[in-house]
Design a protein around this ligand. Structure first.
Ligand code: COA
Length: 322
């Protein structure tokens, strides 16, 4: 009998502070209407001074564990996707394990930029399908606001903070149908964040802020996500019409609309959160999944396509029967 990874609980956390486009347009040369038209974003959340990726991950994770009615000690593996870890080490996964008070599990981080939660889901699914784990907690948690240069209008309008979590459990009933992950390191220069403290001498003066050639990233993202839709449907012998919901990485409404078009899907079947969250990097897909499940739009038995694209470039998808 096939062994599947089934979604048994989800959670999400958004910090309290709301930063609107209006507020940003007071410090850089931009406007609310420009940002809405080009990205679909109206506001984003900003983590408080005492918050970290692990503190936000804990809140989202506890929600997912409670929704699954699971004893935390049953969790075999914690995978945290983050590009904004509390510390270089220990991993945010280990810090989360400590916060959750779980003694007997393995915990580590995955770094695949905005595709992080899809990469983490893919790894979790391999562990469960192989029988190596029965319950895996996957969390995406990001404090993008601390990696953003708030004087760069090309990037500071896009990003936000938050955490999303999903608890997967082994099941004989269908769950994750397939995952597909890819990387192409050739695109480093289009989107990267320096790490001045460990950089070679020649790069030491480069500040540790996100650097992006947005227009070029946009074009690659649209093409790549179109291809991942084809790949995912073909692997499952499915048609566009077999997919009930698209839960995309929330980078830009125009990129999301292009993927929905590829699926011949109405935007009514897309879970959109970016209007009030911006791009929360590896947290975004799990935050959107949590929202769609908790508000009752995504129902048990429906087919859900998760996808993401990020620095690297990295990209991937997960097709789930919820
Ligand atoms: N407000 C006003 N003008 C802005 C601006 C802002 N916030 N940011 C850039 N501009 C200007 C540019 O300077 C440029 O001016 P110019 O024509 O005088 O040179 C003009 O707008 C067009 O810039 P361009 O970069 O071509 O705009 P765009 O339509 O591609 O939109 C992004 C910019 C960043 C919104 C868009 O490219 C994007 O979303 N890209 C994908 C980024 C992404 O998702 N990254 C994360 C991947 S996970």
């Amino acid at each position: 009998m096939t062994r599947y990874s089934r979604v048994i609980g989800t959670g999400g956390y958004l910090p309290e502070e709301v930063r609107t486009n209006e507020q940003i347009s007071q410090t850089v040369d931009t406007s609310d209407s420009w940002i809405i038209e080009r990205t679909g974003i109206k506001s984003r959340r900003i983590a408080g001074a005492d918050e970290t990726a692990s503190s936000m991950a804990e809140i989202a994770a506890r929600q997912a564990i409670a929704a699954a009615n699971c004893d935390p000690e049953e969790i075999d593996l914690i995978i945290v996707a983050t590009g904004t870890p509390d510390r270089v080490y220990p991993s945010t996964g280990c810090l989360l394990q400590r916060r959750l008070g779980i003694k007997n599990c393995v915990a580590f981080d995955v770094q695949a930029a905005c595709s992080g939660s899809i990469f983490a889901l893919s790894i979790a699914d391999q562990y469960i399908k192989s029988g190596a784990a029965k319950k895996v907690l996957v969390v995406g948690s990001e404090i993008c606001s601390r990696l953003v240069d708030w004087t760069d209008r090309g990037t500071c309008i896009l990003f936000g903070d938050g955490a999303g979590a999903v608890l997967l459990g082994a099941s004989d009933d269908a769950g994750i149908l397939s995952t597909h992950i890819h990387s192409d390191g050739e695109y480093e220069e289009l989107l990267y964040c320096p790490n001045p403290q460990v950089a070679i001498e020649a790069n030491k003066d480069e500040a540790g802020y996100i650097k992006m050639r947005g227009n070029e990233v946009f074009k690659v993202a649209v093409n790549t996500l179109g291809r991942i839709v084809d790949e995912t449907l073909a692997a499952n012998n499915m048609q566009q019409s077999d997919v009930d919901w698209l839960v995309p990485h929330q980078a830009n409404t125009r990129i999301i609309a292009a993927t929905a078009k590829k699926l011949k899907m109405s935007m009514n079947n897309v879970i959109l959160t970016l209007e009030n969250q911006g791009n929360t990097s590896s947290a975004s897909v799990l935050l959107a999944l949590n929202e769609g499940i908790r508000d009752g739009r995504i129902q048990r038995g429906q087919v859900v396509l998760l996808e993401a694209f990020g620095a690297g470039f990295t990209w991937g998808s997960a097709l789930i029967k919820y």
